[in-house]
Design a protein around this ligand. Sequence first.
Ligand SMILES: Cc1cc2nc3c(=O)[nH]c(=O)nc-3n(C[C@H](O)[C@H](O)[C@H](O)COP(=O)(O)OP(=O)(O)OC[C@H]3O[C@@H](n4cnc5c(N)ncnc54)[C@H](O)[C@@H]3O)c2cc1C
Length: 474
Amino acid sequence: MDRNGIQHGNARAVAVTALTELLGPKGLLTAAPDCARYASDQSGLPGALPLAVLRPASTDEVSQALALCSRYRIGVVPQGGRTGLSGGACSAEGAVVLSTERMAGIAEIDREAMTLTAWAGTPLETVQEAARTVGLDYPVDIGARGTATIGGTIATNAGGIRVLQHGMTRANVLGLEAVLADGSVVSRLGKTVKDNSGFDLKQLFIGSEGTLGIVTRAVLQLCRQVPQSALALFALPDHAAALACLAAARRRFGSRITAFEGMWPDYWEFVCHATSLASPPMAGRHGFYLLIEVEAGSEGAEDELEAFFAELFEAGLAEDGVLAKSVAEMRALWRVREAVGEADEGFGPHINFDIGLSPSALGRFCDAADVLLAGMLEAKGTLKVGHVGDGNVHLLVAHDGSGRAEERIEAAVYGLLRDWNGAVTAEHGIGRIKARWIGHSRTPEELAMMRGLKAQFDPLGILNPGALFADPER
Ligand SMILES: Cc1cc2nc3c(=O)[nH]c(=O)nc-3n(C[C@H](O)[C@H](O)[C@H](O)COP(=O)(O)OP(=O)(O)OC[C@H]3O[C@@H](n4cnc5c(N)ncnc54)[C@H](O)[C@@H]3O)c2cc1C
């Protein structure tokens, strides 16, 4: 057995035979070319070739498969849509992958309770579309919505573009079913909004990145579908102006702000000018760009945004603005923000930081990071884009592709972040890529508590070995 509790040698072959008998040919892949497709997620980290890919079709099959993996001490890497950006779904050496792709579908929509019960492997977009057919919506929304699954968004506590109004995934899950490492099923698929009967155990699984259990089903809290909204892009002098705009927007629109996204000039130049990832919706160069979406109130939302722009312009906060007048124009404005997925691909070797700070400190932190990186020969340029209202910036730092450059840049940025009391990940999760940096955001006491929980839920350490905790202590 290795440091991560993974069994080697003959036992693996015996385990795979037992798993084949359990799951049948549709439920288990062992051929190398098939397994290779499940090695990695979108983080860029090369995963190991999985020993096998388990594709259970029910909670019971997950339970029996995990009981077998426990018996043979086989590591299990849970996988949803593999859109994760932190390497949490990358396969580990000698482990099997457990994919939820055959556990997809909507089990129930309850219009009165405004809930939707879905299997873990259901794509996020499928859930949103199903909710909309009954005039409701599921507010968790991310760029990878077509492929990311409900199980994956729960395991990473996904954030995205609606957090300002609806919170992160953990605020939108009412019930959960999960299978523990030994195969026992913990099921609370209730729809109770209020339940103070003891600890809220589902919250432990949300954001645990597949290290405590496999999520199989969930009851999601739906919201009413926004009847009409308007979208505008404002050019501002700097990030400080964006914070002033946020305060003004809160005064004017209250909880009707559905998105408040920011782009720094380095990102704007890259997607609108250096590459043709998006066409620039406005001319000129500015210090900051803000995308704001609001729900319609008693007046038309477009008129309200126009009046808001006039207020900002008058106050010297906004320098230019574009209001989307059609669905196509809305898409074009969103395109600039969502091009980050492809910018990521075209930027060359880089580190993708996903930093969380107090919203009021975000701009100043980015300025400090710019100064720090400008003094490092290893850093070759930055892109900054993020969820301004949530204090979350995606900071991409280009480098020469060497391990040494990566190491030095990470140490510098995470060191700065620790001084600012920030989070090394705001929404993408720790996974494997950030496991060694978790101590920059969490105290030794917090980490000891997390390890204690891990040891209780998964005493053999077979669930997602190497994710979240970097060392073999689990
Ligand atoms: C273009 C793009 C845009 C993105 N935008 C955002 C964004 O705005 N906000 C955001 O938060 N994230 C974003 N992400 C990251 C990613 O989409 C999310 O982390 C998403 O929640 C992952 O879902 P998935 O099904 O692909 O999970 P995977 O990548 O397959 O897995 C992610 C983690 O969850 C675990 N896991 C998966 N399924 C289960 C399960 N059923 N039970 C237990 N553990 C499980 C895995 O082991 C892994 O640790 C983006 C990614 C891309 C590529």
